[in-house]
Design a protein around this ligand. Structure first.
Ligand code: T4K
Length: 370
């Protein structure tokens, strides 16, 4: 039990000092511009392009509407190859577009879509690959692009976990046709709720911007059956302020990540994931796999931690393919998803966030190693 017995969650949102936010609120109150692409919205888009190293970004009300809109923007239909090992929003975005998800197994080293298994799942109806950079660790972007080029498929990355990750000497978000971010409270960079689509050219950004605003081009012109996906001025202003603290926040996460790694180095049956794949990591999550050799099963360890007020999470269990709206699909069969099924049984995401104290970290580590 932690000394203070204060619960420790898997994450805790970073917030700036309230007094620093008040001038932003004052501006909103003065201007009475609350939404619809106001000045904070424009400023945040520009600031994020610079910070992330991407060309075009469109802010959204959340990552899920971003995913739904990204599929619309590229006019994706038919079947899409995707991973069962993600948050359920990934596959839901396909169903919301009337698209059939085709689940493909994951790579045991990264827990991302296994490129070696994609080709066998392609049919004449396949139009795209929707892959996820799980925990912010890069997918095999080159191998995926090669397959996409060979079969004339589009590639959308669910980059909800991948804020700020650098890979192959640039932003990870520049790979594929589009990347979709989440700025949810539980993410590395949060605007309470929020999200964004990164696009490679001005024309695509313009289509996305129309789609997130009902399809309006001007007062009297509607060019597409768009949705309301706009980020409000409140969230955008907060984002501008959050950006000032993001490097310090990532640095704090890095320190915690290193402490966990060192502590579990010689613990039999606890496997950590290597961060060597990325040039700059964001330490969004700290997943461990609880494997044979460890005295407790994953669920026993999960419950032991809960008994001590530590709320680690089993991201991603159950697999998306095990939820009722997906499990009837032929690709959802466990025999097709052996690696993902095993990972879902073993994974436990430990608390990692700026502000997690040494004492709290010691108590999490002590319960796992002790
Ligand atoms: N794609 C992927 C790969 C994703 O992981 C997600 C979201 C999306 C797409 C969709 O993006 P958004 O539409 O959400 O922008 C959480 C988040 O709600 C979800 O955003 C996230 N993935 C997912 C991995 O985690 P839950 O059900 O685990 O959230 P919850 O409420 O249990 O929060 C976890 C812990 O965080 C709580 O125990 C305490 C702490 N917490 C949470 C919130 C909301 C706080 O301290 N303050 C808070 O305000 O889904």
């Amino acid at each position: 039990m932690t000394k203070s017995n204060e619960p420790i969650y898997v994450t805790k949102p970073v917030l700036p000092p309230l007094e620093e936010f008040l001038p932003y609120l004052q501006q909103i109150w003065d201007s009475r511009i609350l939404t619809n692409g106001g000045s904070f919205h424009q400023q945040l888009e520009q600031a994020l392009c610079e910070y992330l190293g991407v060309k075009y970004i469109s802010l959204f009300t959340n990552g899920t509407i971003g995913l739904v809109t990204a599929l619309q923007a590229l006019r994706i239909t038919g079947e899409v190859i995707t991973t069962p090992y993600s948050f359920v929003a990934t596959a839901h975005s396909l169903l919301w577009n009337g698209i059939k998800p085709v689940f493909v197994d994951i790579d045991p080293d990264t827990l991302n879509l296994d490129p070696a298994k994609i080709e066998a799942a392609i049919t004449p109806s396949t139009t795209a690959i929707l892959a996820v950079h799980v925990y912010g660790h890069p997918c095999a972007v080159d191998a995926i692009q090669k397959i996409a080029d060979n079969y004339n498929l589009r590639v959308i990355y669910d980059a909800a976990h991948a804020f700020g990750v650098q890979y192959h000497s640039g932003s990870l978000l520049n790979h594929g046709d589009l990347s979709v971010l989440s700025f949810h409270a539980t993410k590395v960079f949060n605007t309470f709720e929020g999200g964004a689509i990164v696009s490679p050219d001005a024309k695509t950004k313009q289509r996305i911007d129309h789609l997130k605003n009902f399809g309006f081009v001007d007062e009297v012109t509607v060019v597409a059956p768009g949705i309301n996906g706009k980020m409000s001025e409140f969230n955008a202003a907060l984002g501008l302020l959050q950006l000032k603290g993001i490097d310090a926040a990532m640095q704090q996460r890095k320190v915690i990540d290193a402490r966990y790694r060192k502590a579990f180095d010689n613990v039999q049956g606890i496997r950590c994931f290597s961060a060597v794949h990325e040039d700059v990591a964001n330490y969004a999550y700290f997943p461990i796999l609880v494997q044979p050799g460890y005295p407790l099963s994953r669920d026993e360890l999960y419950r032991k931690l809960r008994e001590h007020n530590i709320f680690a999470r089993r991201y991603f269990y159950p697999l998306i393919s095990d939820f009722p709206m997906y499990r009837g699909l032929p690709s959802a069969a466990q025999s097709n998803l052996r690696v993902a099924s095993q990972a879902a049984k073993e994974v436990l995401c430990l608390p990692i966030y700026p502000g997690l104290t040494d004492e709290q970290l010691d108590s999490v580590i002590g319960l796992i190693t002790g």
